[in-house]
Design a protein around this ligand. Structure first.
Ligand SMILES: [Zn+2]
Length: 435
């Protein structure tokens, strides 16, 4: 199976290239905003929606006018991509309105602000970008009308990239995100199956069973200490920022500090989740998970807690890795009573509701067996997963995955006709897709 992935590297643009990049970010933003304004105008006046072709012709014409002549200074390919993004955003919006699109409801595209902290611009092969360099060493990327951007090729690119997105993060760092194709090698049979119970105090509880001997093994994944420490520091710096006077220099400095800490927490969390998900997928043939955190939470527009987001990310990674390695993931419905059911006798005698949240251990009033709350839940999840699999019901694709594949149109994390990680400048309401 082929998978489309993103490979990301940090770039170190020089002063001249940095300025050229800023110009390109700005121009793409103006082009996108012009397109949105034109479509809104057409809509308000009862005219037909403007197609990508029409917008593209208008863009070419605009470059001849004195007000927009400066658009000629940046790559035409990047500007066309900005138009395309708007077009895709509108398509998603309309199919969401019609109900032909899965996933959360989409709003119409919004005007982009120059104050958005994360900026990005995409170059396709048509832009004739060039890469020079050796794996593990210094490399550089040539972009039209920008120049050479040095970067470290920390791992080799598995194939010729079809596009590259240049991203400037809130903390000022620049990244190159290449879209590449990798060919997956299915894993050998592991001989183990598992149920995963995502938790609050424990990150996740895993009940792993050897399919040959029936021997059980309990694994608990905790949030690592270094990550907790970083999260606390982030919360502190956020509070500090909120006390700074609007528009002051101190506020600007605090803002950068928060952005840096955000990045550190994000990177550490993602790294941890990748490692744990890889371990689970490498050692299990069948993985039953509670889909609650994956799909249910992504569907709401309510503010999600840091924990929920981390959980959703972890489960999404399991689904993605499983799909690539030929493993089976069985997602369970969000209303499956994994905690309340006694895994020994099947009676619903476990802790319920708000009062039951803090219960670590409980004894079944029907059969008298004492359970660890999380292990019991993981055992129920595994049993239910295997049962559904026998009925031939579920697919290897958890609900959360189709969710992701729809979330942002074409450029999303695997579900694999698409590239992971979303292009900047496109977010769905309330949530960043690359969360
Ligand atoms: Zn019981």
């Amino acid at each position: 199976m082929e998978t489309v992935l993103r490979y990301r590297y940090r770039a170190y643009p020089g002063t001249v290239e940095s300025a050229a990049l800023s110009r390109t970010f700005g121009s793409c933003r103006v082009v996108a905003n012009d397109a949105i304004a034109a479509r809104q105008h057409a809509y308000k006046n009862g005219l037909a929606a403007l197609s990508l072709g029409v917008l593209s012709t208008r863009l070419t014409a605009a470059k001849q006018t004195p007000e927009r002549a400066w658009l000629g200074e940046v790559s035409a390919v990047a500007l066309q991509q900005a138009l395309k993004d708007v077009d895709v955003a509108y398509r998603n919006f309309f199919s969401s309105l019609k109900g032909t699109r899965r996933g959360p409801k989409m709003g119409p595209p919004k005007f982009r602000s120059r104050h958005t902290s994360r900026q990005g611009v995409r170059f396709t092969r048509n832009a004739r970008f060039k890469i020079e360099g050796t794996p593990g060493g210094q490399a550089r990327l040539f972009l039209p009308k920008i120049g050479w951007l040095p970067f470290v090729l920390s791992r080799p690119l598995p194939s010729d990239p079809t596009s590259v997105t240049v991203i400037r993060e809130a903390d000022g760092r620049t990244y190159l995100s290449f879209v590449v194709t990798v060919i997956d090698v299915p894993q050998v049979v592991a001989g183990r199956v598992c149920g995963i119970d995502p938790g609050l105090s424990t990150y996740a509880t895993i009940l792993s069973v050897d399919t040959g001997t029936g021997e059980e093994e309990v694994g608990k994944i905790d949030t690592p200490m270094f990550l907790r420490r970083k999260e606390r520091a982030l919360a502190r710096s956020g509070r500090s920022l909120s006390r700074k006077k609007k528009g002051s220099r101190n506020r600007a400095k605090a803002k950068v500090r928060v952005a840096v800490l955000h990045r550190k927490v994000r990177e550490a969390r993602l790294d941890h989740a990748h490692q744990k998900a890889a371990e689970i997928v490498a050692t299990h043939d069948i993985i039953a998970i509670e889909a609650l955190s994956v799909a249910g939470m992504a569907r709401t527009n309510l503010a999600k807690s840091v924990h929920d987001q981390a959980m959703a990310q972890f489960l999404r990674l399991i689904v993605e890795k499983a799909a690539r390695q030929g493993r089976t993931v069985v997602p369970l419905g969000r209303f499956f009573p994994s905690t309340q059911t006694c895994s020994t006798c099947g009676a619903i005698t476990g802790p319920k509701g708000q009062a039951g949240l803090g219960v670590r251990h409980w004894t079944c009033t029907n059969c008298g067996v004492t359970h660890d709350r999380d292990v019991n839940a993981a055992r129920n999840i595994l049993a239910e997963g295997l049962r559904l699999l026998k009925l031939g019901q579920p697919s290897t694709v958890a609900d959360g995955q189709s969710e992701t594949s729809n979330a942002c149109g074409v450029e999303v994390r695997p579900p694999e006709t698409a590239a992971p990680d979303v292009e900047p400048g496109r977010t769905r309401s309330g949530q960043s897709c690359s969360a």
